[in-house]
Design a protein around this ligand. Structure first.
Ligand code: ADP
Length: 163
């Protein structure tokens, strides 16, 4: 069984994330969406809330959601995952992602990082952008799965919260 991990902060999940996760689920037998809890990053949603939001949007039964606060490659090794799937938006994502992929490969050579290119309409979409638009009372429905529009509005409308 080929297992892939899709890591991220998902604060909150966007249509860009969901597209990458769903495409990965067509390529692998099982995909684990891994909500990385990083105490240094100030998030609008708790890890448990982020997991619930992801679960509300996921349809395929070969997609699981989990959380981890340690080294990504240790998680991958434990779960016998062979791939880490990342989405690439503009060139701006490349440097950081390339560095991460090289480090992960040197820490655990059995794991491959697989990059899927973002869909054109999601190129400029990020969780921060969604929170920013929402805090300024903009309409976020074109950017996030319909199942969670209400949850995000409840948390972020008028908040002017950033990452
Ligand atoms: P963000 O950068 O929005 O805070 P995350 O840290 O949660 O997102 O990112 C998790 C993964 O999802 C990363 O590989 C990132 O490149 C990818 N990703 C984020 N937004 C998009 C998008 N709009 N299209 C494709 N991939 C994306």
């Amino acid at each position: 069984m080929k297992i892939a991990v899709c890591p991220g902060s998902f604060d909150p999940i966007t249509l860009g994330h969901l597209d990458i996760i769903e495409r990965a689920s067509e390529l692998f037998d099982k995909v684990i969406v891994l909500v990385m809890s990083n105490s240094a990053k100030k998030c609008a949603f708790t890890v448990d809330e982020r997991i619930e939001l992801i679960k509300k949007c996921i349809k395929s039964d070969n997609i699981e959601v989990d959380t981890y606060s340690g080294l990504l490659v240790d998680y991958a090794k434990n779960k016998k995952a062979t791939a880490i799937v990342k989405g690439l938006r503009a060139v701006s994502d490349f440097d950081y992602e390339f560095q991460q992929a090289l480090i992960n490969k040197s820490l655990y050579p059995k794991v491959e990082t697989v990059f899927l290119t973002a869909k054109g309409e999601n190129m400029y979409l990020s969780s921060s952008m969604v929170k920013e638009v929402c805090s300024l009372d903009g309409d976020i429905s074109p950017y996030v799965p319909k199942e969670i529009v209400k949850d995000i509005n409840l948390r972020c409308k008028g908040e002017n919260k950033n990452d």
